[in-house]
Write a protein that binds this ligand. Structure first.
Ligand code: A3P
Length: 311
């Protein structure tokens, strides 16, 4: 542990020789590279003071919950033009936009995405009742997706084994901290701030009942696309379509690995955790969930529903 820019750099190590560097700042655990780009105090303050514009949507999620997918869906749902020529978009988290003010140039309606906890979000957006969408994905698939992302992202100093990553994920010593604390923080907000109208979307529901979920989202946002247009949007934002846009270079992304290959569209499934957790790891993880998310209002789906015709 070493002092740095008002916080502490921490390197966690696993038994296989892998390691990950995080930056602990006040209540936050950030990627180790955060301070290469930002002065933490200044950056966090600029996020907090970010000026609200009518129509802004704040899209919040813990990493690996399907942020890119939802942003792409929302972008097209908010667009007016023909979908024929629409291309997919990159996600630029307010947490990493440099400088934060660059988002001022974005045309309305803006989708502002963040992995930060509630108290760190743009204050004016919350005070003026701006729309807030919280995206939630089951923790087992998030942990697996995290492991792959961590090891691919050339900006993260992260090389943990699956076993090491799972252990630190449970302890919350990974960039953006504990998944469980993140959800508990939102639970408190949902229960105590009844004045706020926050819309919760589950990755799994979005995956299995996409049309219904988009209808719910547009009702919340007060926008309308007919079902034909929504179905066309769903097709444009399917996993294979988004993946082919980045793989083919049609959409350039900064999220590439050391060999410049994009990696964000990895598998896009419910239940990939079953290919990674051992029985023992699953039992231990279940008890972490039980312990850390006691009385949680969040309900997780870990296994895909089997379509009726296959029963
Ligand atoms: P996997 O690693 O399990 O494949 P985020 O955007 O928050 O980083 O989340 C990335 C996860 O969302 C990845 O999960 C990615 O494959 C998945 N994802 C992206 N687009 C998707 C889509 N159209 N349908 C389903 N999952 C998608």
């Amino acid at each position: 542990m070493s002092s740095h820019k008002g916080g502490q750099r921490l390197t966690v190590k696993d038994e296989e020789g892998g390691q990950a560097e995080v930056f602990c700042y006040q209540d936050l655990i950030l990627p180790g590279s955060f301070t290469d780009w930002f002065d933490p105090e200044e950056k966090l303050e600029s996020i907090r003071q970010f000026k609200y514009r009518e129509g802004d949507i704040l899209q919040c999620s813990y990493p690996k919950s399907g942020n890119h997918w939802l942003t792409n869906l929302l972008t097209l749902m908010l667009s007016k033009g023909s979908l024929e020529t629409a291309t997919s978009v990159n996600v630029s988290l307010i947490d990493f936009t440099k400088p934060t003010e660059r988002l001022h140039k974005k045309p309305s309606p803006r989708i502002i995405t963040s992995h930060l906890k509630f108290e760190r979000l743009p204050e004016e957006h919350i005070r003026r009742g701006g729309k807030v969408i919280l995206l939630v994905r089951n923790p087992k698939d998030v942990a697996v997706s995290y492991y792959y992302h961590g090891n691919k992202d050339r900006f993260l100093r992260f090389s943990l084994s699956w076993r090491g990553c799972l252990g630190y994920f449970c302890e919350g010593k990974v960039p953006f901290g504990s998944y469980f604390d993140y959800l508990n923080n939102w639970q408190k907000v949902l229960q105590q701030r009844k004045d706020l109208d926050i819309h919760v979307v589950y990755y799994e529901t979005l995956k299995q009942q996409t049309l219904l979920e988009l209808q719910r989202i547009q009702k919340y946002l007060g926008i309308y696309n007919d079902d034909d247009r929504l179905n066309a949007i769903i097709a444009k934002c399917s996993f294979s379509s988004l993946k082919s846009d980045v793989d083919s270079g049609k959409l350039r992304t900064l999220l590439v690995d050391k060999t410049s290959q994009p990696f964000i569209y990895r598998k896009g499934e419910i239940g990939d955790w079953m290919n990674h957790f051992t029985v023992t790891q699953n039992e231990a993880f279940e008890s972490v969930i039980k312990n850390k998310l006691q009385g949680s209002i969040f309900q997780f789906q870990y296994i895909p529903n089997v379509p009726k015709h296959q029963l």
